[in-house]
Design a protein around this ligand. Structure first.
Ligand SMILES: [Zn+2]
Ligand SMILES: [Zn+2]
Length: 342
């Protein structure tokens, strides 16, 4: 099969073509696994973190990609949940142990044996992949085409982030960054919290306009004080400065939710920069979002179908995956990027 393969971590400034378009052996499904023929795979910021070594794959070579839509081409002898030709998706959660205290509490995203698709095992930048039947998501019929792929990570993790804010209708919400995940959070928040004002913080003027188009109340540069204080902020940027700036914008008791596995910037000593009275006093909170649970993905897919939430996408052919990553890295982002695989 054709696949985009990562052989080692690289510095994208030095080598802007990290993936090698190769012939790769097609995997065989185990007894409880399904073989997916990949149709679309979303391009996520986490791929940049893997490639540049901030959350490196444990072994090479590896095929990245974790927002995968495809059809079941074959299945193992013990598979009962899916039939050949069913349309399913695969998300960042490739597997979890199922019996640790986190898994038993429905917090499989925190499982110590959590495996991420396209980092710990081969993902969707390829014509085929295998996955356990319990980790393949049925795609609601209303969701069609390339627009469905980003729902599996950008959407599902955005949904989890929005829940972790504890926001109530009418509470003002801030979003720092408005890429693949941020713009879906904005669409979802418009539905869930119709009386909440939404404030966008980004230095990218395209994203500022995009946010206003999608119903934000206000858009400004990171560090510009918004016209009012905010109950919660969801941060989807690769840097720390927006987190510090957002802390200053919070109401007493407000919360910032950081939706990023790793930050790109080297000024990573956030604590050293926190001025307690200015940034944290009055019960302000900082919370990270780790991975996703299957319920996040399932719930969000059904919500997206019901509320007709569709991401804006830019589609690239599989053989141009490096160009999609380059564009993502260099912030030419409006909506989400998707590879058309087969
Ligand atoms: Zn992702
Ligand atoms: Zn577990």
């Amino acid at each position: 099969m054709k696949a985009q393969v990562l052989q080692q971590t690289v510095d994208l400034q030095v080598n802007p073509e990290p993936l090698v378009f190769s012939d790769y052996p097609r995997p065989e499904p185990g007894p409880e696994e399904v073989l997916l023929q990949v149709r679309f795979c979303g391009v996520c910021h986490t791929e940049l973190d893997e490639i540049e070594g901030r959350t490196p794959p444990p072994a090479f070579p590896v095929i990245p990609g974790h927002q995968i839509i495809g059809r079941i081409a074959d299945r193992g002898s013990a598979v009962t949940r899916h039939a050949v030709n069913d349309r399913v998706g695969v998300a960042w959660i490739y597997s979890s142990c199922g019996h640790c205290r986190f898994c038993r509490q429905g917090r499989e995203n925190l499982c110590p044996d959590f495996l991420g698709t396209g980092r710990d095992v081969n993902g969707g930048y390829a014509e085929y992949l295998v996955v356990h039947q319990d980790y393949a998501f049925k795609i609601p019929e209303k969701l069609v085409g390339s627009e469905t792929a980003p729902l599996l990570c950008a959407g599902a993790i955005g949904y989890r982030s929005l829940q972790l804010t504890g926001l109530k209708n009418g509470d003002p919400l801030g979003l720092t960054g408005l890429g693949g995940s941020g713009h879906l959070v904005l669409k979802l928040a418009r539905h869930h919290f119709p009386d909440s004002e939404i404030y966008i913080f980004t230095r990218n003027l395209v994203q500022q306009d995009f946010g206003l188009e999608l119903g934000a109340t206000w858009a400004g540069n990171i560090g510009t004080p918004p016209p009012r204080k905010l109950q919660a902020v969801i941060d989807t940027t690769p840097a720390w400065k927006p987190v510090l700036a957002a802390l200053e914008c919070l109401l007493p008791g407000g919360r910032i939710v950081i939706n990023a596995i790793r930050k790109e910037s080297t000024d990573s000593n956030l604590l050293a920069q926190i001025d307690y009275p200015r940034h944290l006093w009055l019960e302000k909170e900082i919370k990270s979002v780790a991975n996703v649970c299957r319920s996040d993905v399932d719930d969000f897919l059904h919500l997206a179908a019901k509320l007709d939430i569709r991401p804006e996408v830019q589609v690239y052919p599989l053989d141009e995956a490096n160009r999609a990553l380059y564009d993502l890295k260099n912030k030419n982002v409006r909506g989400a990027k998707v590879l058309a695989v087969s």
